[in-house]
Design a protein around this ligand. Structure first.
Ligand SMILES: [Zn+2]
Length: 405
């Protein structure tokens, strides 16, 4: 038996007037997802437990069968794992963005750009190397990642404070969170020194000349220690792989003990290498028991508020991921159980994530039980739950259902 979880990131949405009050998932042409849903079980999964913010980190951890209440320690340690950084027990990883801040009158600080103009990895590597050379101490070390996304490692204790993601404050005031750091002498010294190093760095001088946003500050957030989790193979005796273009997902796969399959030209958007992903999923199932395939594009379209792109991303997920994988397994005569779902909604009208429970298909190729008879949508998921008088299950229950024979 082969087991699959196919995830369209941010696939869910709210009814849209232009679509006659249907959601993009309901409106889009998704013949394979609908067929699997009609012949399979349909239910809702609460991927984001109460009290957690609806990030892809928490939601995908749930979909991998780990209760965030037990295992979620923060976003940065997962990204550190994807960068092959070994976190020691006494170390904490902070996500370290290169950002563009504006310091105005009376200490007012504004977040001009959480990504310093989506600075290139080549430029940012030079900046992070300079920071490591000039600002690192026995306790603080900088590790270069991709574009504006880097890691600061902190050894030993530090004052715990409320940190905030910079992308939640685009063109807004961030005086209060900035001052929280400034109130601690050690943090204040680090952040001020970093700003000084960045201000005069040739990379930034060149950016200013070209009229690009300077990476004039670092922003620290998403901190946590490495989660200590039993691997999926330890928990369920399954060997498996994870396929995603996104570092955070790769980090989740690593801490869950999955093999990470890197697909050339996997971009995280609608131009991604779908075929490479579907082929890799089919190939790894020749020798392994389990695969987790993650597609980022619907989420990105949701954040950008682009209806056309979101519809395209949903139809591509159906036609270029779900369809070839299911057809490929069928033509090999393979028996399989499959979950098709999303991590969370990314409604176009909100351009951010929500915590709604997500519609989930569980399909068994042997079609042992009577199917739901429904097409796949947010509404049919809710209707099915109402009819059966059931509440959403959590991710761990969902995974255990997948693995039931
Ligand atoms: Zn997102």
């Amino acid at each position: 038996m082969k087991y699959l979880i196919l995830v369209g990131d941010g696939l869910g949405d709210l009814p849209i007037a232009d679509l006659h009050d249907r959601t993009p998932l309901d409106f889009a042409e998704t013949p394979m997802l609908d067929a699997l849903c009609r012949n399979g079980r349909l239910f809702l999964t609460q991927t984001v437990p109460e009290g957690f913010s609806p990030g892809s980190d928490v939601a995908n951890l749930s979909l991998l069968g780990y209760r965030p209440e037990d295992y979620y320690t923060g976003r940065a340690p997962l990204e550190a794992a994807s960068m092959a950084i070994d976190l020691a027990e006494d170390e904490t990883a902070f996500r370290c963005n290169l950002v563009t801040l504006n310091h105005g009158v009376e200490n007012r600080v504004e977040m001009i750009d959480y990504s310093a103009g989506h600075i290139s990895s080549d430029e940012s590597r030079q900046l992070i190397e300079a920071l490591e050379k000039e600002c690192s101490t026995k306790r603080f070390h900088f590790k270069a990642g991709i574009s504006y996304r880097h890691i600061l490692l902190v050894k030993g204790d530090y004052p715990v404070m409320d940190t905030v993601p910079p992308h939640d404050f685009i063109e807004q005031e961030v005086t209060a969170p900035w001052l929280r750091y400034m109130q601690n002498p050690e943090w204040a010294q680090l952040l001020n020194k970093a700003s000084n190093v960045l201000a005069t760095h040739p990379v930034n001088l060149q950016r200013a000349e070209k009229g690009l946003n300077k990476a004039n500050a670092i922003w620290l957030w998403g901190e946590g220690k490495l989660p200590s989790m039993p691997s999926i193979s330890e928990r369920f005796g399954l060997r498996g792989s994870l396929i995603s273009a996104v570092d955070l997902l790769k980090g989740l796969g690593i801490v869950a003990g999955l093999e990470i399959l890197n697909i050339p030209d996997a971009t995280g958007y609608i131009d991604t290498n779908y075929r490479g992903k579907a082929d890799a999923a089919l190939k790894c199932l020749q020798t392994q028991d389990f695969v987790f395939v993650h597609v980022e594009a619907p989420d990105e379209a949701g954040h950008q508020g682009l209806l056309k792109d979101k519809l395209q991303a949903i139809e591509d997920f159906d036609a270029k991921i779900v369809t070839p994988i299911v057809s490929g397994l069928r033509s090999r005569g393979e028996e399989f159980r499959l979950i098709a779902t999303m991590d969370h909604y990314t409604p176009l009208s909100l351009r951010t994530h929500t915590s709604d429970p997500v519609p989930t298909i569980l399909y068994d190729s042997r079609e042992l039980e009577k199917g739901s008879g429904q097409n796949f949508s947010e509404k049919t998921g809710q209707q099915t739950m109402n009819t059966l008088n059931k509440t959403p299950s959590d991710g761990e229950t969902m995974l255990k259902q997948l693995l039931q024979q």
